[in-house]
Design a protein around this ligand. Structure first.
Ligand SMILES: [Zn+2]
Ligand SMILES: [Zn+2]
Length: 153
């Protein structure tokens, strides 16, 4: 998104709208699917020779749960976007697209989980434990010490 500096009145300007998901430039990421446009609600105003831009960014995404490996839909948002750009009298516009991208990518969780209660996959058979328990119950698990039980000491 580009902000036309010369058109901003003294009290500042408010911008609300959508930029295409392509600005995030995620390519073919196996863990992330962007599901909507990048929404921005920003306020820009002059502070001496700088243009200060602050506000909120958000985008809908499907992320792969690191426990159960299923995709779940979520909103990645940055409610604290705050940047200052040099803006002298002959600055036409300021392009904040790169910073929008950077801020949103920083707000994608490193280890996304579909829910705090997600039980994940069984470490032995790989079954999704959210869909029910598998047959690998504690009693059936091969116990390295069970051979000791049959020893007559
Ligand atoms: Zn999960
Ligand atoms: Zn299992």
């Amino acid at each position: 998104m580009k902000i036309w500096v010369a058109r901003i009145p003294e009290e500042g300007s408010h911008y609300e709208g959508d930029d295409p998901a392509e600005i995030l430039d995620l390519g073919e990421d196996p863990f992330i699917r962007v599901t909507g446009d990048v929404h921005y609600a920003l306020h820009a105003h002059h502070v001496s020779d700088e243009l200060v831009v602050r506000g909120t960014l958000s985008v809908g995404m499907n992320l792969k749960c690191t426990r159960c490996t299923e995709f779940f839909s979520t909103t990645v948002a940055d409610s604290g976007f705050l940047r200052a750009y040099p803006a002298s009298e002959d600055t036409d516009s300021v392009d904040i697209t790169k910073d929008m991208r950077e801020n949103l990518l920083l707000h994608i969780p490193g280890f996304p989980v579909c829910s705090e209660e997600c039980k994940g996959l069984c470490a032995q058979c790989g079954a999704d434990l959210n869909k029910g328990s598998c047959s690998c119950t504690a009693g059936d698990r091969p116990n390295p010490w069970s051979a000791l039980d049959s020893l007559d000491l």
